[in-house]
Design a protein around this ligand. Structure first.
Ligand code: SAM
Length: 309
């Protein structure tokens, strides 16, 4: 079903199912004795949502495909790189360890995970004492994850606070009502989110993050040079994911119209922006560089992190 202004979903439908898809990849990357990730909650969360194609993926039943993008290895490597990037962003940006292993007093103690989906960082990262971790996503997504993890006996490792709201609505007021302190520096992540927001909502998101951020705040998201993408990139992406067995129609969920470049937009708002290219991100994790034509259709892409000056 095509997107509409006030559309809603749970973790088995529409945009919500994309959160389950990426959790399935984290579950796959967390399997076995030499697992590249350690997300113990991804597997039970995916099973609890119950989308058959994703349960099959985590069970090792994968569609036969000759597309090198969607081999189990290439899929999990991409997710490993992405997960480690955001993990590192929070653990080094929020709690830089000193030589004695203690978090420094200057570390950021307020984190906001935008579009948190089935992200379990609030339950598995070593947040220093006193860190408040806000998670924002649609109400059904927040409610399902909270209830399922509680049933599994998972305990947050930081002070987890949830804000069940659509990011096209007035989420800054809801965040402040939940106790967010604008005078403290904050670490923000927007992982797997931007393409699901209309272009103007992406701009508003960065405007709001900036308004709410004290100097020294940091933000991280994926980066794609949209000008380098072919016009049918969303359709191509859908075909690829369906060859892997996914039933989600990404082309219907993504806003493909022209949008401001995230790096340029943040720079204009006063952020100091750095981009870690995908090739470097992969090689620094011990993986071969991904084939850019296969992964991002030849466009420059990677991971963006920025600090508010
Ligand atoms: C691809 S998933 C990524 C989830 C999570 N960040 C991760 O990487 O595992 C996209 C997420 O964005 C959320 N999302 C997209 N648009 C949203 C909106 N307008 N308001 C709230 N959440 C939204 C979805 O509910 C979903 O959880």
């Amino acid at each position: 079903m095509a997107r509409t202004d006030g559309d809603t979903w749970d973790l088995a439908s529409s945009v919500g199912a994309t959160a389950t898809a990426v959790a399935a990849l984290r579950a796959m990357a967390s399997q076995g004795p030499d697992a590249a990730l350690d997300d113990p909650w991804a597997d039970p969360l995916v099973r609890a949502v119950g989308i058959e194609s994703f349960v099959k993926l985590v069970d090792g039943e994968r569609s036969e495909t000759t597309d090198s993008l969607v081999t189990p290895q290439s899929m999990t490597e991409q997710m490993v790189v992405r997960t480690r990037f955001f993990d590192d962003f929070f653990t080094t940006g929020v709690a830089p360890p000193t030589t004695s292993g203690q978090a420094t007093a200057s570390g950021v103690r307020q984190a906001v995970i935008l579009a948190s989906g089935l992200d379990t960082r609030a339950y598995r990262l070593p947040w220093p004492a006193g860190t408040v971790v806000y998670e924002i996503d649609q109400p059904d997504v927040i409610e399902f994850k909270t209830r399922t993890l509680e049933g599994l006996g998972a305990k947050p490792t930081g002070q987890r606070r949830t804000i069940a709201i659509d990011l096209r609505e007035d989420w800054p007021s809801a965040l402040i009502d939940a106790g967010f302190v604008t005078s403290l520096p904050t670490a923000w992540s927007a992982e797997g989110l931007l393409a699901y927001l209309p272009p103007e909502a992406q701009d508003r998101l960065f405007d709001s993050i900036t308004d709410l951020s004290a100097p020294g705040s940091r933000v991280a998201c994926e980066y794609v040079d949209m000008s380098g993408l072919p016009s049918d990139w969303a359709e191509q992406l859908t075909e690829r994911s369906q060859r892997m067995g996914a039933t989600v129609n990404l082309a219907e969920l993504i806003y493909t119209g022209e949008r401001n470049d995230a790096a340029d937009y943040l720079k204009a708002l006063g952020w100091q922006v750095g981009i870690l290219g995908a090739s470097e991100a992969h090689t620094s994790n011990g993986f071969e560089p991904p084939d850019d034509d296969m992964v991002a259709f030849g466009a420059n892409y990677g991971y963006l992190s920025a600090t508010l000056k």
